[in-house]
Ligand binder design. Structure first.
Ligand SMILES: Cc1cc2nc3c(=O)[nH]c(=O)nc-3n(C[C@H](O)[C@H](O)[C@H](O)COP(=O)(O)OP(=O)(O)OC[C@H]3O[C@@H](n4cnc5c(N)ncnc54)[C@H](O)[C@@H]3O)c2cc1C
Ligand SMILES: NC(=O)c1ccc[n+]([C@@H]2O[C@H](COP(=O)([O-])OP(=O)(O)OC[C@H]3O[C@@H](n4cnc5c(N)ncnc54)[C@H](OP(=O)(O)O)[C@@H]3O)[C@@H](O)[C@H]2O)c1
Length: 462
């Protein structure tokens, strides 16, 4: 059996991995030594909000891409831990679309309960991972950031859980160098009130573009123009938001689009996605992929084909998040514990190819949801993760897609049933579009509204 396992990152995926091992130990398994390296000073990954942008207190790239007023963009029922439900954590049913602080509280609540913090070395960045053929072990070099102490340790397994929504993809367009306003990536957005009274140009047509456009207008941006590359999102946008084809160039403040139209803008926000970026992993072990549902060279979406003692968690584009990470973590754990055996390389290669061929044929988001649910269920059926009703989550995701089409400002005002307890969520006491306060206490209805919003800080769009 393996004697040492390194886990890189203490976000939702890394915490799921630590928790999975703790659950096995509770049931009597002989669990190897676990060491989790986390470069931030606290856990939660992207959910660990920071006011910082650029570099952190140690000169490291800031990891979190989250901003104030970020609410879950999918129903919480589709990411509920089957062994630690929302009712377990909050003591009562809560609405289906919680703000960031409540989700952070939930993720870290389970981690605290299973006491996984003792395995985590915080403010410790992994600098290099390589494999020593002769010894058959990984060498992991880490730097303790507060005293710059660098050391190398040996491990039998390495589990990469360092996320892939942190390092921005930043395309350039003609005229950017001369643009007289601010150009920034969504990774660096922290507070939409920065855009109050401004005319925004948002590039991109995915979740960040949708959410930053909506909340900028919600908090008082004068107008938002969204420019798409491949296809418009096509929602019925509220007054003040519109979608136009791809940007051609910027001339002074004037943006020129592919359809020949122009708009004068004050700020440009690149909602152009992220790069899978693993500078600390040697070439032969490094995952190279775009943001897809089934990345190349990962058997079961987890194991590095050329060396399955290296696992990657959460590397997919994500409809499912926390439950998918749990499924992957349980599966990776059981491989480490010698409970799951992987087939010969050729078979693994064929399996990956079949999944990727299927992904290439997916026609729409509804098929993508089933694809990812199938992937998750394939893992779940071989591990002892508590049962939950995956069909309920498939249906919820599909209903959510329709709700977004019906009303892009109203889809968060819907309620879903838990796939674990069956309980129907209550509605939030305020419509999302009118709710300016994203604090957990206001969300839970047991706190005072924040003063800054009591006198309507920003002029509101209709
Ligand atoms: C803006 C935004 C909003 C989102 N909103 C939602 C949402 O509403 N609902 C939802 O379900 N999902 C959402 N997501 C998806 C998100 O990917 C997952 O919820 C989740 O955070 C992924 O967890 P993870 O642990 O895989 O990665 P991360 O959360 O990125 O955590 C990775 C961890 O690894 C650490 N790390 C990185 N490099 C190193 C290193 N070299 N050494 C040591 N540690 C390292 C990081 O500091 C971090 O703590 C959102 C993503 C973004 C970008
Ligand atoms: N809770 C929330 O409300 C919330 C908010 C924001 C983000 N998120 C999460 O964050 C994750 C990342 O989402 P994301 O939207 O940042 O990334 P993403 O889903 O990868 O989308 C990237 C977008 O950038 C566009 N793009 C890429 N290069 C471009 C270029 N050169 N010019 C113009 N457009 C370009 C892409 O267009 P094409 O379609 O043409 O490729 C695509 O629309 C998702 O998991 C999402 O759920 C959640």
């Amino acid at each position: 059996m393996a004697s040492r396992v390194a886990i890189i990152g203490a976000g939702p995926s890394g915490l799921a991995q630590l928790h999975a091992f703790c659950e096995a130990r509770k049931k009597g398994a002989d669990v190897p030594e676990l060491v989790c390296f986390e470069k931030q000073s606290d856990w939660g990954g992207l959910w660990n909000y920071t006011w910082r942008t650029g570099t952190d207190e140690y000169g490291e790239l800031v990891h979190s891409s989250m901003y104030r007023y970020l609410w879950s963009n999918g129903p919480k029922e589709c990411l509920e831990f089957a062994d630690y439900t929302f009712e377990d954590h909050f003591g009562r049913p809560i609405p289906s679309f919680p703000p960031r602080e409540a989700l952070f509280d939930y993720i870290t609540g389970r981690a605290a309960k299973s006491d996984v913090r003792r395995f985590i070395q915080f403010s410790t960045a992994v600098r290099w991972v390589s494999f020593e053929e002769e010894r058959g072990t990984f060498r992991v070099t880490v730097e303790r950031l507060n005293d710059r102490d660098t050391r190398t340790e040996e491990f039998d397994h390495v589990i990469v859980a360092s996320g892939h929504f942190s390092v921005p993809n930043t395309p350039a367009y003609d005229g950017f160098r001369q643009f007289p306003g601010r150009i920034m990536h969504s990774h660096d957005v922290r507070d939409a009130q920065e855009f109050t009274g401004k005319r925004l140009l948002v590039l991109g047509s995915s979740y960040s573009a949708e959410d930053i456009a909506l909340q900028s207008r919600k908090y008082g941006a004068e107008s938002v123009t969204i420019s798409y590359r491949t296809a418009p999102m096509g929602f019925e946008w509220p007054d003040g938001i519109e979608e136009v084809p791809l940007l051609r160039e910027v001339d002074g403040r004037t943006a020129h689009f592919a359809d020949g139209t122009t708009r004068d803008v004050d700020v440009i926000v690149l909602c152009t996605g992220y790069q899978h970026y693993f500078p600390y992993i040697e070439d032969s072990l490094r995952l190279r992929t775009t943001n897809v549902l089934y990345p190349p060279n990962l058997y079961k979406g987890v194991f590095w084909l050329d060396n399955p003692r290296l696992a990657y968690l959460g590397m997919q584009d994500q409809y499912y998040t926390f439950t998918l990470f749990d499924a992957e973590a349980w599966y990776a754990r059981d491989h480490v514990l010698g409970r799951i055996f992987l087939p010969p390389r050729e078979e693994m290669e064929e399996d990956i190819a079949a999944w990727r061929a299927r992904e290439a044929e997916l026609a729409d988001p509804l098929e993508q949801i089933d694809f990812q649910a199938d992937h998750m269920e394939e893992l779940l059926k071989e591990v002892d993760y508590p049962a939950f009703d995956v069909q309920v989550t498939r249906d919820a995701f599909k209903a959510w897609e329709h709700h977004k089409e019906e009303s892009i400002i109203g889809y968060r005002d819907r309620a879903f049933a838990s796939p674990c307890t069956g309980t129907m969520a209550p509605l939030h006491h305020e419509a999302w579009w009118d709710e300016m306060d994203d604090s957990m206490s206001t969300f839970l209805g047991d706190g005072r509204r924040r003063d800054e919003f009591s006198a309507s800080a920003a002029p509101r769009p209709a």
